[in-house]
Design a protein around this ligand. Sequence first.
Ligand code: SF4
Length: 65
Amino acid sequence: MTKIKVDPNKCIGCNTCCLIDPDTFELDTTSYKAIVKQQPAEINDKTKSAVDSCPVTAISIVDEP
Ligand code: SF4
């Protein structure tokens, strides 16, 4: 199964991914790091764009069994 993951050690809380794909990402108001709100049913263009737009490459698309 394909999943989106945010590395909290890399995330700088810039909010870009949340603005581009608010269905998938939200900013945790305690840690100010992005978290995955809901795994997308499929990796669509908006999700891909959010992943590509992260300035610190904190978001990855991983294949898990
Ligand atoms: S775009 Fe990257 S650095 Fe910015 S909030 Fe999202 S995961 Fe964090």
